[in-house]
Structure formats: structure tokens, C-alpha cells
Design a protein around this ligand. Sequence first.
Ligand SMILES: NC(=O)C1=CN([C@@H]2O[C@H](COP(=O)(O)OP(=O)(O)OC[C@H]3O[C@@H](n4cnc5c(N)ncnc54)[C@H](OP(=O)(O)O)[C@@H]3O)[C@@H](O)[C@H]2O)C=CC1
Ligand SMILES: O=C(O)[C@@H]1CCC=N1
Length: 281
Amino acid sequence: MFKDKKIVFLGAGSMAEAMIAGMSASGIVKPAQITVSNNSNTERLKQLQRKYGIHGVPKEELCYENMDVVILAMKPKDAENALISLNHHLRPHQLVLSVLAGISTSFMEDLLPYGQQVVRVMPNTSSMIGESATAISPGKHTSQQNLSIAQRLLQCIGEVFIINESQMDIFTGIAGSGPAYFYYLMEHMEKAGQSGGLDQETTRQIIAQTILGAARMIQEQEESPEVLREKVTSPNGTTAAGLEALSKNGGGKAISRAVKQAAQRSKEISAQLETKKLKVI
Ligand SMILES: NC(=O)C1=CN([C@@H]2O[C@H](COP(=O)(O)OP(=O)(O)OC[C@H]3O[C@@H](n4cnc5c(N)ncnc54)[C@H](OP(=O)(O)O)[C@@H]3O)[C@@H](O)[C@H]2O)C=CC1
Ligand SMILES: O=C(O)[C@@H]1CCC=N1
């Protein structure tokens, strides 16, 4: 499916690198098929080229007619300019994927040539090791075949969920931003471990294995998080004491608020960009 297909990343930041690393390691896409470009940081392009054996090409030197899949990976604030400058170069057969938080398929379609096939994507940085939870939603002109191409390509970096675009904000709150919540949790567990007498490195490995084990239990046992939690919790035992402290300190509420707040921010980004775009078209 991807033999000879040329994939181009516009944006060379942490998300692009995570996807490039995952795709290159998958063996499904060869590094030589991948090109990365950015706004101005040529040193960064050289670094990615050396590290992954891909092509790092400055924006002004990109050869647009050779691209099969264009992946937008700049910050949302830079999307409008990027789409406007792509408009003159794209051809109908070229598929545009965007990993930008808050950028809707209609936002892209309005700034690209009429009928351009686009797919909105929300990956996370675990793409780096092929463990992303990625959502995709097609635009209104996107064929089933191109949606399948996007799905297959993104399976190189982890699990892919095809969702309704109206669910993209909440997906972003859970999975796009999600790794950061777990790292935050780990930072705090690590500090507690150290103050309890464990060294940092050992604590880190213990926490990672604990989170990995809990995640795999959810994937492999047909039981809900609630049931699994109850199985850990002995009456009047250590876990009950820990959970009580979590609950008393607003732990559950804080987690739920974090997800909702991130989803809300995704909605706000969309709304702000829509207002700005209306002045352009
Ligand atoms: N980080 C994450 O966990 C996730 C991020 N995302 C999305 O990915 C996108 C990128 O995030 P992240 O990698 O963290 O951002 P970074 O700030 O790390 O990278 C942004 C990149 O975009 C480049 N850029 C800016 N304007 C243009 C342009 N017109 N054409 C080509 N490249 C351009 C920058 O180039 P230069 O350095 O030269 O200015 C830079 O390489 C965001 O939209 C974010 O919403 C989605 C899911 C998860
Ligand atoms: O923080 C952000 O806006 C991006 C999108 C999801 C994760 N990182």
C-alpha cells in the first residue's frame, strides 16, 4: 500500500519526530520515503535527517508534486499561513493529514483547493515507540480508500480509532494530552518514593512497571477499572488508605477536570481560528 508513496511532514517539532520515529521503525514505510520540513530551523532538519535517515528539506526547496501524503505538524497558530501557501501547490490526488489540535476538517477544506481530501488526526507522543492512541476523522471529500490509507499509515505508530469529528475535542483531552497526565502522576509518585527512601532510578522503574501492568490488565482482562480497583483494595488496608487520601484531596475530580479542560481548550482553539479565518476568505 505504501510502496513508493512519498510522505511529507510540514513541521519538525516533537510530534513530527515521534511520528517519524514510529513510522521508520515499523518497517512499513522506509525512511527514504519520508521528508520533513519546517519554518526556518535548518539545523533541526539536519538533526532529524542524521538520526532517522529521512530527508530534511527547507520549505523553499520542497517539491510539492512528488508528495502523496502531506502531514501538517506545525502549531495551530501557524496553520492558516501554511494552508494558504499549500493551496497553490496541491493536486486533487494528494491526501492532507493534520495532527493539529483544534483544527477542523472544514477549516482545512476552506483554505485548500476545492475537493481536497483531508483527514484530521490526533496522535500522541507515544507514537515514538509505536504505542500511540490515535484518532482519525475524514473530511467531507475524503474517499473510503484514502481513509483506509490514513488508517493503515497511522497504525505504524499505534492503535487507530476512527471517530466522529465532534468527538475529537474530548479524544484530545484524553489521549492527545493524556501522556502528560501520566507523566505528572509519575513525577509525584517519584518524589514520594524518594522521600520514602528509594533512589530515583529504582522508583522510576517501579512506577513504569506498575502503570504498564495496570494498563495491560485493562487490555487483557474483561473487567472494568472499577472492578480491578476493588480487587486491589483490602478492607482497612493500605490501598483503602491511599484512595481515601486521593479522594479527600479531590483526586478524581482533578482528573476529570483536566480532561474536560483540555477538551475545552481544543474547542476554544477551533473557535478562535474560525473567527480569524472568516476575515481571510
Ligand atoms: N506534542 C504533542 O504531544 C502533540 C502535538 N499535537 C499537535 O502537533 C502540532 C505540533 O506540535 P509540536 O510538535 O509539539 O510543536 P513544536 O513547536 O515542537 O513544532 C512546531 C514545528 O512547526 C514548524 N512550523 C511552523 N510553521 C510552519 C510552516 N508554515 N510550515 C512548516 N513548518 C512550520 C516549526 O518550525 P521552526 O522550528 O523552523 O519554526 C516547528 O518545526 C501542534 O499543532 C499540536 O497541536 C498533537 C498531538 C500531540
Ligand atoms: O498541548 C497541545 O496542545 C498538544 C495537543 C495534544 C497534546 N499536545
